[in-house]
Every structure is written in structure tokens, then in C-alpha cells.
Design a protein around this ligand. Structure first.
Ligand SMILES: NC(=O)c1ccc[n+]([C@@H]2O[C@H](COP(=O)([O-])OP(=O)(O)OC[C@H]3O[C@@H](n4cnc5c(N)ncnc54)[C@H](O)[C@@H]3O)[C@@H](O)[C@H]2O)c1
Length: 278
């Protein structure tokens, strides 16, 4: 039976990971944008991959269930790459919570029911979640374990509590990491693993919207004052994703990997630290 790699969010990060793990397998490219999914599919087909596309909205249970049915209909789901999302310059707080926080929980729950033994998943969180101050242990627990359908009703996520898109994004990405920890236990019962990655600024259409958006100057400063002194490329995220999905990563589950060229280090202990701003 065919092994299937499911890529939710067929953007540049999702594609970079899929290119490394998709050979000899069936690659399902799912995206809200049919144009994005089809463009990715053409590139993949031209490079010899076997692919199919599905229009999927991760914020809809029905839509995610249809994706699960499509993927399981193609074969054994051995890898999940969850790289769909919207950034603070692209959407309002409510949409960010619905897509990035709820949508990720829904994808983890749904694929956690069908992932094969020996399979693995990666979720793209963000360095942004690492800059959010610590939540209380109770808030962490709620974000990690509240049933998916009840998540958006949590008082800590109420519209009057989350009014700023960047705050919504940071909370969502923190929640992704917590959710991955809790799901790693459930996925482990099936003999599967799941991890998160928290990239820094990686040049993609999403990052370009950030760099040219209202927070652009701050992001450009971050790049200049970071140890790496530059933005990342999707392929650098792809390399870590392939490690986590492959046999080399077999002992890693429920973890989060910050991959940001040192921006977060500088934010806390270097020239990007708020106290260094004067
Ligand atoms: N690029 C960066 O600098 C960066 C940094 C940290 C984290 N991330 C995260 O990486 C992930 C992938 O982003 P990218 O940089 O590859 O951007 P991208 O714009 O190349 O890809 C994102 C894809 O998600 C899709 N999408 C948006 N809403 C969706 C929905 N409701 N259902 C299904 N698909 C949807 C978009 O159509 C797009 O194709 C996102 O979660 C983003 O938050 C990106």
C-alpha cells in the first residue's frame, strides 16, 4: 500500500519539508487557496513526485475531515506536515485564533486518529511564541488539553482579551507548542511522534507581508541585530523538518525546535533586548 505524506498549507515552508520526505510516496498538498495548491503541485509533478491537491480550510472540521478521507483513501498516512497559517499582517485577531490556534488543534486531533505506527508529524509554530511572556501553569494546561471544539470559548481567548493581531499570533503559536506536547502522548499510543518547529523570519510570501507591513521596520531590525544577521530560507526549515520526520529523529517527540538565527537569544540577552532599546 502507498505511503502518504500530507502537507497542510502548501506554502514555501510546507513544500520545502515535503520535497525532502515525499520521494516514492504520494504527496497530498492541501491549502485554502486552490491556486497555491495547484502551483505547488505543478512544481512537484515536474520534479517527479506523485501528488494530489485538496482545497482545505483548517478552521473547518468538515473540511479537515474531508482531507483526512482523501489522504486515507490514497494510502497509509506516514507523515503530516502542518504548515498552514496566517500572520499578524494578514488577518484580524479572531481569524488568527481560528486558523492558527483552533485549526492546528483540529489538524492534530484529526490526523492523530489515522497516523500510522512509525509515522510522524511536524507543526510549524513560530519564534513569536517564544517572545510571549510565560503563561500561568493553568493557562498552559488549558491550551494544551481543552477539547478542540471548546478552545475558542476559553475566557483567555475572548475578543476583549485578545485585541491585537500580534498577540493573537503569539498566543496561537505558544498554544501550538503546548498542543503538540499533549498530542505527542496520544500519537505515542499509536506508535507515532509529533513535534513543533518555531522558525524565525523565513523569506516566504507570508514573511514578505510582515516585512512590508506595519511591523516591517521592527522585523528588519531583528534580522540586522541577530547572530545570523539575515533571514532564513525555507530549505533550512525543510532540513530540520526532514530530520524530525525521519528515522534520525526517532527519539524526539512532543518537542519544539527554535530555528531563528539567534533572534530570540538576542531578544532576551543581546542587542534586541527591550532594555537595550533605552
Ligand atoms: N515565513 C516565516 O517567516 C514564518 C516564521 C515563523 C512561522 N511561520 C509559519 O509557517 C507556516 C507556513 O507559512 P509560510 O511562511 O510557508 O507562508 P506561505 O504564505 O508560503 O504559506 C502559508 C499557506 O497557508 C495557507 N493557508 C492560510 N490559511 C489557511 C487555512 N485556513 N486553511 C488552509 N490553508 C491556509 C495559505 O494559502 C498559504 O499557502 C505558518 O503557520 C506561519 O505562521 C512562518
Amino acid at each position: 500500500m502507498t505511503d502518504v505524506v500530507v502537507v497542510v498549507g502548501a506554502g514555501l515552508i510546507g513544500q520545502a519539508i515535503a520535497r525532502r520526505v515525499g520521494a516514492g510516496r504520494h504527496v497530498v498538498l492541501a491549502d485554502l487557496s486552490e491556486a497555491n495548491a495547484e502551483a505547488a503541485a505543478e512544481t512537484f509533478r515536474d520534479a517527479g513526485f506523485e501528488v494530489s491537491t485538496v482545497v482545505t480550510d483548517v478552521s473547518s472540521r468538515e473540511s479537515v475531515q474531508a482531507l483526512v478521507a482523501h489522504a486515507t483513501g490514497r494510502g497509509r498516512v506516514v507523515s503530516l506536515v502542518h504548515a498552514a497559517g496566517v500572520s499578524p499582517s494578514q488577518a484580524a485577531p479572531e481569524t488568527i485564533l481560528r486558523v492558527d490556534l483552533f485549526g492546528t488543534a483540529l489538524v492534530l486531533e484529526s490526523f492523530g486518529e489515522v497516523i500510522e505506527s512509525g509515522g510522524a508529524g511536524v507543526v510549524i509554530a513560530s519564534q513569536s511564541g517564544h517572545r510571549l511572556p510565560a503563561l500561568t501553569p493553568e493557562e498552559d494546561r488549558l491550551l494544551a488539553t481543552t477539547p478542540t471544539e471548546e478552545l475558542l470559548a476559553l475566557p483567555m481567548l475572548a475578543p476583549e482579551q485578545v485585541t491585537d493581531p500580534l498577540h493573537a499570533y503569539q498566543l496561537s503559536k505558544r498554544a501550538n507548542v503546548l498542543r503538540v506536547m499533549a498530542e505527542a502522548v496520544r500519537w505515542g499510543e499509536r506508535g507515532a511522534r509529533v513535534n513543533a518547529m518555531s522558525p524565525g523570519i523565513v523569506i516566504t510570501p507570508l514573511a514578505r507581508d510582515e516585512l512590508s507591513g506595519p511591523r516591517g521596520a521592527g522585523y528588519r531590525r531583528m534580522l540586522e541585530l541577530s547572530p545570523a544577521g539575515r533571514a532564513g530560507t525555507p530549505d533550512e526549515i525543510g532540513a530540520l523538518g526532514a530530520f524530525l520526520l525521519g528515522t534520525e529523529g526517532a527519539f524526539v517527540s512532543g518537542s519544539d525546535f527554535l530555528i531563528d538565527g539567534g533572534v530570540t537569544a538576542s531578544w532576551f540577552y543581546g542587542p534586541l533586548a527591550p532594555e537595550a532599546h533605552g
